[in-house]
Write a protein that binds this ligand. Structure first.
Ligand SMILES: Cc1ncc(C[n+]2csc(CCOP(=O)(O)OP(=O)(O)O)c2C)c(N)n1
Ligand SMILES: [Mg+2]
Length: 574
């Protein structure tokens, strides 16, 4: 649309606002409900790249992964009702993962609102419990104000998702309105008293342990955090799927709490006399179903640092709650120097314990053998030796991820893109978003046969935009995670968990990607080298189907073993 100097369509006002707020990529599945935005994006190609996906869940997951990678809101555009419903998974993941995300939804014309017009949905009602803020823009003149607020809300305090509904007539209407300035993130700083008490509590403790996690980290915050950890020689455990805040090769990294944690680490967490939780909510998965710490008052002395004041004291009552953004906390903590009554310097009184915890972690990193010809543990060992430190590993949900989380050594900020929400189908869209944003880095997606089939169509998107990701489809022919729970609760009654699968390599090749099947350990290294080379040379995805024995349900359990144990325990009998 052509207008005189300062009269713009709603779509143009919106896209100009995106530019001002530093948006360089939007993920989109078009709908007629927001054509003026699409037209304005066409006029902004030099500044904003528009990635068009095959499913809105993928567009939203890509935007979420972008938010995780950059700390800036991932931006997603979808159409009303059906598109918004598909995209809801990204809003949920951004909420649980504390990721800045803005979902823009085309809405029915404001002249028809409330009639249940074509695909009409009440977005504040739909997303009210999931998003930090939901707004429907009522006039084009308010776009600069409301879009600016959307960015502020998404990044400030505890980061999270915002939903903005855009009525068709508001986007099409012309208006004369000045732009709003670029947003500025607002975050709390820890107080001087907080920091003094933290240092004093650390120095008074005998067995302190740090659990690091949550959202709002960036590379500098991770460096600052590392400096703090080194100064006090603290052992650091990662919260569920937050294994990339401290380089796993660092001598103070002692493993992850979450799914399939090292029992020795769990014992150390229980035996600690001081827990310093930096960033995590301490959710169900990190706390083994809220069993790790006593509720509401943990037995250990407890320091909880979180970006949202309302999160502090919500589940656990800390001796010292500290409300701070991660960047702000880490910068302040890096400046702390251990004093101690005798003025100790490293080694700290607990340094021997840190070394022992690190040794426990390393000892837990050698996979045992598993049934079947292809050993996923051996695959992970090969990747550990082969991949560069800055490779990004992505995954969704399924038991296959247990091997990835347990055996891979994440190389530091941001080498892990994995949903704490446990959303299947996340890995491939996240990998594509990561590769397009950081083309020089290697990106490896892990997906189960079930997980992959929730977003496999995005191989087309990867081919279209030149995302040379490597996708490992771990095929055990079952929704393995659910089958595992089924065997534990209803031993031998297998139902609704078996999959008849396509020929995955042929499917990949049909998209123009590389596809190969690997069914024995000895063949993996060469196949992986071919897949990597294809992805790098062609800027197209490469898929390896890893055929594993369904018996190998975790690195340490078999399906039949679980069934027998459950039968012995008398479970599943009616
Ligand atoms: C979107 C979504 N739907 C359903 C689930 C429940 N769920 C968790 S794991 C799983 C099975 C995953 O199967 P697969 O990807 O084949 O991995 P496997 O467990 O076999 O390794 C299911 C259905 C989920 N977490 N997310
Ligand atoms: Mg499976």
């Amino acid at each position: 649309m052509q207008h005189s100097a300062n009269i713009r369509s709603g779509g143009e006002i919106l896209v100009d606002a995106l530019k001002i707020h530093g948006v360089d990529t939007v993920y989109c599945l078009p709908g007629e409900s927001f054509l003026p935005v699409i037209d304005a994006l066409a006029g902004a190609v030099g500044a904003i790249r528009t990635i068009v996906t095959r499913h809105e869940a993928a567009a939203a997951n890509m935007a979420e992964a972008y938010g995780k990678l950059t700390g800036r809101p991932g931006v997603c555009f979808v159409t009303r009702g059906p598109g918004a419903s598909h995209a809801a998974i990204g809003v949920h993941t951004a909420s649980q993962d504390s990721t800045p995300l803005i979902l823009f939804i085309g809405q029915v014309s404001s002249t028809m609102r409330g009639r249940e017009a074509w695909q009409e949905v009440d977005y504040p009602a739909m997303f009210g419990g999931m998003a930090k803020w939901v707004v429907e823009v009522d006039r084009p003149e308010r776009l600069p104000e409301l879009v600016s607020r959307a960015f502020h809300v998404a990044v400030s305090g505890r980061p999270g998702p915002v939903v903005v509904a855009l009525p068709e007539d508001v986007l099409a209407a012309a208006a004369e309105v000045p732009d709003a300035p670029a947003y500025k993130r607002v975050a709390a700083h820890p107080g001087a008293d907080d920091l003094n008490r933290l240092a004093a509590m650390l120095e008074a403790s005998a067995r302190p342990l740090v659990i690091v996690g949550g959202g709002g980290w960036d590379a500098k915050a991770c460096r600052d955090f590392q400096q703090f950890v080194e100064a006090f020689d603290l052992p650091v455990a990662a919260a569920f799927r937050r294994q990339d805040i401290l380089d796993n090769r660092h001598p103070n990294y002692v493993g992850h709490a979450g799914l399939g944690p090292n029992p020795k680490l769990v014992a150390r967490i229980r035996a600690a006399d001081l827990i310093l939780a930096v960033g995590p909510r301490l959710g169900e998965t990190t706390t083994a179903g809220y069993s790790l710490f006593e509720l509401p008052r943990p037995a250990q002395r407890f320091i909880h640092v979180h970006a949202d004041p309302l999160e502090l004291g919500r589940v656990y009552q800390a001796d010292l709650p500290i409300n701070a953004g991660m960047r702000e906390f880490a910068a302040a903590a890096a400046a702390l120097k251990p004093k101690g009554p005798a003025g100790w310097h490293a080694p700290a009184p607990w340094s021997a314990g840190v070394k022992a915890a690190r040794a426990d972690y390393l000892a837990d990193q050698t996979p045992g053998s598993m049934p079947g010809r292809l050993d996923l543990g051996a695959v992970m060992m090969h990747l550990r030796e082969t991949l560069p430190k800055d490779a990004i590993l992505t995954n969704g949900a399924g038991n296959y991820a247990i091997w990835v989380h347990r055996f891979h050594r994440y190389g530091g900020f941001r080498t892990q893109l994995a949903p704490t929400s446990g959303a299947m189908g996340y890995g491939l869209p996240a990998a594509i978003a990561a590769k397009l944003h950081e083309p020089a880095r290697e990106v490896i997606c892990f997906a189960g046969d079930g997980c992959f089939q929730m977003s496999g169509q995005e191989l087309a998107t990867a081919c279209q935009y030149g995302a040379g990701v490597v996708v490992m489809v771990v095929n055990n022919g079952i929704y393995g995670s659910i089958r595992m729970h089924q065997e534990k609760a209803y031993p031998g009654r297998v139902f609704a968990t078996t999959l008849e699968n396509p020929d995955f390599p042929a499917l990949a090749r049909a998209y123009g990607a590389f596809g190969e099947r690997v069914d024995e350990t000895a063949a993996f290294a060469d196949a992986f080298a071919r897949a990597r080379a294809f992805a790098a040379e062609n800027n197209k995805p490469a898929l390896l189907e890893l055929v594993i024995d369904p018996e190998a349900i975790t690195p340490s359990a078999t399906l039949s073993g679980l069934r027998e144990a459950a039968l012995k325990a008398g479970r599943g009998k009616t």
